[in-house]
Design a protein around this ligand. Structure first.
Ligand code: ADP
Ligand code: NI
Length: 220
């Protein structure tokens, strides 16, 4: 199958798969990550096809959304692999895409998530940019609501998770997620093209948190 046909099939699959998500991982998140990843890849000189395919498939096997997945499974991307195999995507491309997806996610404040390929760096940056700024604020509260988390609780302090296991078990209030992940992302950006955008979005989140804190204390 031609690359354009494979991209079209992936779009159709993912659109359907995430059509009813209300945790901030809907089709529109995938589409924003896809467009941003392509933009970064063009600026950085990465392979556009691998970047676009990985961006489209990046949340299909995500642990937060695919609860059947087990940490001990040797293949962390079974659904992506099966789908791309069904389209007869060449094996080296499948391996590249699955390698990117396996390494993509944030796994805790104290856990490194190195990404070796330039294509993977562009997809990871695009996914992280969509977790910060105004869209990041919206998505965090949507996720917290979908998972039954409280929004704010001063009695529960943020935790700097030292392992993926500890990070996954966390059930704290959504506002803590800013300190546990979202405010850390600007220092974990791979590409220069994404860094400028990350810095702006980071500043906006800080402003949001200041205002939120002031309102909660009855100051504004
Ligand atoms: P990653 O794979 O790095 O987790 P995703 O594309 O899956 O990236 O998106 C993660 C987003 O899900 C976060 O940026 C946030 O909006 C939301 N999220 C994840 N965990 C939490 C949490 N504990 N509290 C609030 N939002 C969360
Ligand atoms: Ni994502």
């Amino acid at each position: 199958m031609l690359p354009e046909k494979i991209i079209a099939a992936a779009v159709e699959f993912v659109r359907e798969r995430f059509a009813h998500d209300s945790s901030g991982h809907d089709w529109h998140h995938i589409e924003r990550v896809r467009q941003m990843a392509i933009r970064l890849a063009a600026e950085e000189g990465a392979d556009l096809y691998v970047t676009e395919l990985a961006a489209l498939m990046h949340d299909v096997d995500d642990w937060k959304l695919a609860p059947g997945a087990s940490e001990s499974d040797s293949d962390k991307t079974p659904e992506t692999r099966a789908f791309l195999t069904s389209l007869a995507v060449p094996q080296p491309v499948i391996d590249q895409v699955c390698e990117i997806i396996t390494r993509l996610s944030f796994k805790g404040a104290g856990v490194a998530t190195p990404m070796h390929s330039l294509e993977g760096q562009c997809v990871q940056d695009a996914d992280r940019l969509d977790a910060i700024g105004a869209i990041g604020v919206a998505r965090a509260f949507a996720y917290g609501g979908a998972k039954g988390r409280p929004m704010i609780d001063d009695m529960i302090t943020p935790e700097m998770h030292g392992s993926f296991e500890a990070y996954k078990k966390n059930k704290g209030p959504t506002v803590n997620h800013f300190y546990e992940k979202l405010l850390l992302l600007k220092d974990r950006i791979n590409t220069q093209s994404a860094q400028r955008i990350a810095n702006e979005r980071h500043e906006f989140m800080q402003l949001f948190l200041q205002q939120l804190s002031a309102e909660c204390r009855g100051i504004h």
